[in-house]
Ligand binder design. Sequence first.
Ligand code: UFG
Length: 340
Amino acid sequence: MKVLVTGGAGYIGSHTVRRLLEEGHEVVVIDNLEKGHRTSLDQGVNFYKGDIRDSAFLNTVLDKESGIEGCIHFAAYSQVGESMEKPIKYYDNNVSGSVNLIKFLLLHGIKKIVFSSTAAVYGEPEEIPIKENSAVCPVNTYGETKLSVESLIRRSGSAYGFKYVILRYFNACGAHPNGDIGEDHDPETHLIPLVLKAAGSRKKDVTIFGTDYDTEDGTCIRDYIHVMDLADAHIKALLYLAKGSKSQTINLGLGRGFSVREIIDSAKRVTGRDIKVIEGKRRKGDPAVLVASNEKAREILSWEPYYTEIDSIMETAWKWHKGHPKGYNETIKDYLSNFF
Ligand code: UFG
């Protein structure tokens, strides 16, 4: 199948592209490389550097790449904190960009989309585990922009016969088991990479954001889902749409939560290193517990997470981090070559 992947050089995008290629699909990637990394993409990808808000660019790519059957749409800004400070930036890229993309997909007769949404659409959940029909009420701009695009896609479904699978991810984590692609955000705000950075350095520490939550050990509980399991779900969703099946909105999570302290303990076990921990204040907008119900993904997509143990997830993240302490900018070999 020929697939267009927007934001294919990003964290989840690059792992999905790798899996698509492994399964023999033809892949066209568009990415403006503002956050993505060109080096995260394998040979064999038809890569176009450009922005989904740029109509002329989209038109050129879609004219040239005839025969695309479906699109996996990742391209978006995704930092919750920044989204609160810069709502226009987030609405412009995430919402206006998606409006433009969908317009050009339709103009080129591409009517299947797998959309990268988020558990942030649920806000403070009313029930745990969170089901797809639980109330949506985002508490940050990032979640709001993703929910807006969900609505746009559903409306486009009714109006233009667009078929979609909306995937709401919980906490994406881990790296390709080869250790050659992984998580590299600038700035890094996510727990696991920050914990591993602290494990890899005597100078760095990690702050626990709140130890007074109403949970067993007082720290927040999240549902950590491996990036390769997310990648698999995207491909299953695309194949599901290719069979002509009906549009869906589906959670992607492990269905099980780990506390911040449990994550730090796992990192200590896996790295064999001590980690300096500071017990800090709560971060604004963090719900105590976010855990997915993944029944629908299992039932409809026949998807099942492969990485079910936190230590095996952590091992893949550590392998990537050890080989790339500075992310894509510098490998350990480059780093050592400064000294020898
Ligand atoms: N945390 C710390 N210290 C840190 C960083 C995080 O204690 O230095 C805690 C947070 O308070 C939270 C947990 O670790 O309880 C996970 O935090 P992350 O920042 O790694 O992830 P979030 O749960 O905040 O966000 C993730 C995605 C978002 C998505 C959201 C959906 O990164 O894109 O889940 O709920 F919107």
